[in-house]
Design a protein around this ligand. Structure first.
Ligand SMILES: Nc1ncnc2c1ncn2[C@@H]1O[C@H](COP(=O)(O)OP(=O)(O)OP(=O)(O)O)[C@@H](O)[C@H]1O
Ligand SMILES: Nc1ncnc2c1ncn2[C@@H]1O[C@H](COP(=O)(O)OP(=O)(O)OP(=O)(O)O)[C@@H](O)[C@H]1O
Length: 563
């Protein structure tokens, strides 16, 4: 159905090709997963299928890509629209209409489908993707996960024979991600749809794939094979595979279910350690290192904040916030103390982003109060508020205005009244290889996140808020982010991160707070909260249950201690 013959793509002004020597085919009715570290060319490969590369992106494509026999170089994306449905990384950029229902119908209208067919498919899709209650909503007022579901729905309604999806679950809560994958699998099995999808969070998708295409490094030829075979050699792999590699299991497990079947001996080996260590609290992230633990040295670029640990850094009491007709937060209580890392989790639309933005004064409470230090955010001047709290938004680009890294840093120093060079020193600490003259637009997703974080940190706010910081990051970038956030906690900063990444929460957070429909429904130590809510439990916790380990590094440390 999809065929690449000796394809290479070179963007204008690039030092080398973004893709080289790609020769592969994806059969009809196959779910094919495209994996690889950031920047290896996954989006480029997907774009070559939908025709966006090179028609919209520029650059040169050598070789031949055909979809259902049509050459994508001689057919523009519009001429492929009846066979290929595409969802890109940034759904907002592709919405054409204003409301959910119109967007679901738009693709079918352009294909000239009869009105009753369109009507039926819109209803089916609203049900399938849990969008029925949002059907009349302006798209601009949806949460990011709700928008991503609309973007997926809008390509499904046209029943394309080929679906090309670039990180389709990046903004989805864990349950929604499973629902979307179940829908895709049904299309593949029942209708013979061909699905090609790129994803960083392999724990969500690898078990559904028929075939995996690995791009191991930029410009390297792809490695193609059965999922377990590719996972054995891939530089990116999910926690169950990491656990399988650690325990020496063969073939490697791809799902929690596979891993549980193989884990009996490992559980038996670990059980006495759990009993010896006592309560589950011993398996908290950073076990033994309480917030502000003196043993953890702060990174040199992150001087200790003067802190008074008895006073909260941020506090919401009985906080209610309205957004239009919606009561997005209802009586939320949350206390944040110095050195704490809190993961804020919950389904799409639960109110996580709203809560973070209330802490930076973007919403006036309808009831209750919110404070950061002594400041009431919505009554505090932005320049003053910077010293108390900083928010790295879901799209770090929204925080970056300048056209070079150097000018961005100078502006951050000025805004924060910090000594010249402060922001640049932070950038160098976080991103040793980034040159002053680089345009923020040309940074990778992970680099842009680090730059936005440096801009925020320049004012040294005690409270740092991050909205979905691992969206679009590969495992290596995520590990670097974890190190940075741990150093911040050790230096006395408190961090609240809204995230759907259960693996990140398990690795990093001291506490997990779960929001549901605008209310706090759980607030406690990470191990307790995530293990008792299956949707938010990391893979290792599910594999080893009822033992209390949450991540592969925790297990590795325990095994080392027994070796
Ligand atoms: N439109 C473009 N113009 C110039 N260079 C580009 C363009 N799009 C991508 N690139 C460059 O091509 C390379 C491959 O990028 P691509 O987005 O395909 O990687 P990716 O594997 O999808 O990365 P990620 O996982 O971060 O999404 C990168 O070095 C990127 O900077
Ligand atoms: N500008 C707006 N106008 C009206 N309603 C809004 C607006 N922005 C968000 N909402 C609604 O407020 C609720 C909370 O949205 P919020 O973005 O805080 O959720 P979230 O938990 O961050 O979701 P996600 O996980 O999808 O990012 C949702 O029902 C959303 O549809």
């Amino acid at each position: 159905m999809i065929r690449f013959e000796q394809v290479s793509v070179t963007y204008e002004d690039a030092a080398g090709p973004a893709l080289r020597g790609v020769d592969l085919s994806v059969d009809e009715g196959e779910l094919c997963l495209l994996v690889g570290p950031s920047g290896v060319g996954k989006s480029t490969l997907l774009g070559a299928v939908s025709g966006l590369v090179p028609h919209f992106t520029g650059g040169t494509l050598h070789g031949r890509v055909t979809v259902a026999g049509r050459d994508t170089r001689t057919h523009r994306p519009r001429e492929l629209a009846d066979i290929v449905g595409t969802v890109g990384q940034d759904p907002l950029a592709h919405f054409v209409t204003d409301t959910v229902e119109d967007e679901l119908a738009y693709g079918m209208e352009s294909l000239g489908l009869p009105p009753d067919t369109m009507r039926r498919r819109v209803e089916e899709t609203l049900d399938l993707l849990g969008l029925a209650s949002l059907r009349d909503r302006p798209i601009a007022t949806l949460s990011s996960g709700q928008q991503q579901r609309v973007a997926i729905g809008s390509v499904l309604t046209a029943h394309p024979r080929v679906l090309v999806l670039d990180e389709p679950t990046s903004a989805l809560d864990p349950a929604a991600a499973e629902e979307v994958l179940a829908v895709l699998q049904r299309l593949v099995h029942d209708l013979g749809t061909t699905v090609l999808l790129a994803e960083h969070r392999l724990e969500r998708v690898v078990q559904y794939a028929d075939q995996v295409i690995l791009l191991p490094e930029p410009g390297a030829a792809p490695v193609i094979g059965a999922p377990a075979d590719i996972m054995a050699v891939s530089p990116v792999f999910p926690p169950v595979v990491a656990l399988g590699r650690l325990a020496g299991w063969s073939p490697l497990p791809l799902s929690v279910r596979d891993a549980r079947r193989k884990a009996k001996a490992l559980r038996e080996r670990l059980a006495p350690l759990a009993a010896a260590a006592g309560a589950g609290a011993a398996f908290q992230p950073e076990a033994g290192a309480a917030p502000l633990a003196p043993t953890r040295p702060a990174a040199p670029t992150l001087p200790m904040l003067p802190t008074n640990t008895s006073r909260p850094i941020g506090e919401a009491k009985g906080l209610s916030v309205r957004r239009g007709r919606i009561e997005a937060l209802k009586g939320v209580d949350l206390t944040v103390r110095p050195g704490e890392t809190i993961a804020l989790m919950g389904r799409n639309g639960a109110g996580k982003s709203t809560l973070l933005s209330a802490f930076v004064g973007l919403h006036e409470p309808a009831a209750g109060t919110v404070r950061v230090g002594d400041a009431i955010p919505h009554r505090t001047r932005p320049a003053e508020l910077l010293r108390h709290v900083g928010l790295v938004p879901q799209e770090p680009r929204d925080l970056l205005y300048a056209d070079t890294v150097a000018t961005e840093c100078q502006a951050a120093d000025r805004d924060a009244d910090a000594p010249a060079g402060s922001c640049r020193a932070l950038v160098t600490g976080l991103l040793p290889d980034v040159a002053d003259a680089t345009h923020p637009r040309d940074l990778s997703e992970g680099q842009r996140l680090a730059l936005a974080l440096a801009v925020i940190l320049t004012a040294r706010p005690p409270l740092i808020l991050l909205d979905e910081p691992t969206r679009g990051l590969d495992y290596a970038a995520k590990a670097r982010l974890v190190d940075i956030l741990r150093s911040l906690a050790a230096a006395g900063h408190a961090t609240v991160l809204a995230t759907h990444d259960v693996e990140l929460a398990a690795e990093l957070a001291h506490r997990v707070v779960i929001l549901a429909d605008g209310e706090v429904v759980a607030d406690g130590p990470t191990a307790e909260v995530v293990v008792s809510s299956p949707a938010f439990a990391p893979q290792v916790a599910k594999v080893l249950a009822p033992l209390p380990w949450l991540t592969v590094p925790h297990v590795a440390r325990a095994l080392e201690a027994t070796a």
